[in-house]
Unconditional design. Structure first.
Length: 135
């Protein structure tokens, strides 16, 4: 497989900003939860295991600021807020799905590579402090 020598070396500021913005753990989790359709804050919080309410709020605000999601206040009693993708957000879904599928498919290979790396390093450098694996 051939690659352009400048493909990743000449990333402009906009591309880097996009990678930084959408490459975060919670952005991916929240986007995955919003993808099936409108969802309320409480449901997002319950389903995004491990996220604090503060981090969820920050993530949602960032996605809203980027124009990826829309926040709607539902004026029923009790008052509720739900989130859904905008047109821009929907255009992101195929890429998220591709990345998610790639991760599922490649997770065993990544875990094996991590295991081999850790074993080689342990042999060379002594015990390796425990680190959470990617996969």
């Amino acid at each position: 497989m051939s690659h352009s020598p400048t493909a990743f070396t000449e990333l402009d500021d906009q591309a880097l900003a996009i990678f930084q913005r959408f490459g975060t753990r919670w952005t991916m989790v929240v986007a995955s939860l919003i993808e099936p359709g409108p969802i309320r804050f409480g449901e997002l919080h319950r389903n995004a295991k491990g996220i604090s309410r503060k981090m969820l709020t920050q993530t949602l605000r960032s996605l809203e600021r980027d124009g990826v999601i829309e926040r709607r206040v539902i004026t029923n009693v009790p008052l509720a807020v739900e989130y859904t993708f905008t047109e821009l957000g929907w255009s992101l879904c195929p890429m998220l799905l591709t990345l998610r599928e790639w991760g599922k498919e490649k997770a065993p290979r990544i875990s094996e590579a991590q295991r081999r790396f850790d074993e080689a390093r342990h042999t060379r450098d002594g015990p390796v402090p425990h680190r959470e694996n990617v996969a």
